[in-house]
Design a protein around this ligand. Structure first.
Ligand SMILES: [Zn+2]
Length: 352
């Protein structure tokens, strides 16, 4: 899936396409069809990030980079790092700026990440019958999430942070060492979220939550307003979309698990399912954190004396969504309410 040949320098040219509006191109039916994906909204922050690293005053340069791309970087920080208005911002930036990013450069020299991103978006458009826009953002982050979704002013953003996709862990950047071939899988995962949150034909609770918040998604605020059922199904569907768009990886990689963790989650499925059952209709950030977030204490994940594996809800959510995906397809399921999805599973169980 990876193409060799492009170099970082080649990415600079691509970056000149920043902010071309995909929707303008698509709506202009009178012009001849463009080559596939040429006018899509791909936002490549890599050249600007590497320019920051080259700067004599990296801290000041990062601040300018942050200001220039505030629409993306501010919610990235708020949702996935820390509030950028707090003093700790400078510490994190300083440590990111002093980290060696040679592994990222080396990966970019042998991997055409721009093509990977474009192809992935196109595949998602087809598989999900996309009727909403998405900004696909390629960037180097500050060692937080490997990928994520945002909605800003009603427009969805799916981003990947390439410090995690170099194929080798990096203690300085906190890079996870994921294979670059997993970039499409994670991008597809985030695009699935964007469709669920922003498609005009989505019946999901999270779309309503995002609408009520004025077209804005927040991991924290949207997370506490949606039921646990919606949050689980939301992640499970993203796993299914990721598998459809980028097949062939090890089963656990679609969940972001280690091999061992995957075995544990599968073994504990009945326990997790029992624990979750009473909470499906409940809302609260604690539920998202317990079942779907990494980095929580064992105590926070203890249910019925079992310590649940981290992020066990990704697996459970995928299991909840499985019958609906099989019976109605991904395009329907991504837009269905969590109740509709669970109902397909129940009627499948009754006729079995
Ligand atoms: Zn997700």
């Amino acid at each position: 899936m990876c193409h060799e040949s492009r170099h970082v320098a080649a990415l600079v040219r691509v970056s000149e396409q920043h902010y071309h509006s995909a929707s303008v191109v698509r709506r202009d039916r009178t012009t001849p069809r463009r080559p596939p994906a040429s006018g899509r909204m791909l936002i490549n922050l890599l050249p600007d990030f590497f320019a920051v690293l080259e700067s004599p005053d990296r801290l000041a340069a990062y601040q300018r980079y942050f200001d220039n791309h505030r629409r993306i970087l501010q919610p990235y920080w708020q949702n996935y790092v820390i509030d950028p208005e707090t003093p700790h911002f400078v510490d994190i930036v300083r440590s990111t700026m002093s980290a060696g990013h040679d592994d990222v450069s080396a990966m970019l020299a042998r991997t055409d990440v721009v093509s990977l991103a474009r192809t992935t978006e196109q595949q998602c458009r087809e598989i999900l019958d996309m009727d909403c826009d998405v900004d696909v953002v390629l960037m180097v982050g500050v060692g937080a999430a490997n990928a994520g979704e945002l909605v800003v002013d009603g427009r969805g953003i799916a981003f990947v942070c390439l410090e995690h996709f170099t194929g080798q862990t990096n203690a300085q950047t906190d890079g996870l060492g994921l294979d670059p071939e997993l970039i499409p899988a994670w991008l597809a995962h985030e695009i699935a979220h964007v469709v669920r949150y922003t498609s005009p034909t989505s019946r999901s609770e999270l779309r309503a939550v995002v609408n009520e918040a004025g077209g804005s998604y927040s991991y924290w605020d949207s997370g506490r307003r949606a039921t646990l059922r919606e949050l689980l199904v939301n992640e499970g569907l993203a796993v299914h979309v990721s598998r459809a768009v980028s097949p062939g990886h090890a089963a656990w990689e679609y969940y972001g698990y280690e091999r061992r963790q995957y075995a544990d989650v599968r073994q504990l499925e009945p326990v997790v399912a029992r624990a979750v059952a009473a909470d499906l209709d409940r809302r609260g950030l604690g539920l998202r954190l317990r079942y779907l977030s990494g980095g929580m204490s064992d105590e926070a994940r203890t249910v019925d004396r079992y310590v649940l594996p981290e992020r066990a809800g990704y697996y459970l959510g995928a299991r909840l969504a499985e019958p609906a995906v099989a019976a109605r397809g991904l395009s329907w399921a991504v837009r269905a309410s969590a109740e509709e999805i669970v109902a397909v599973g129940q009627s499948a169980a009754m006729t079995a």
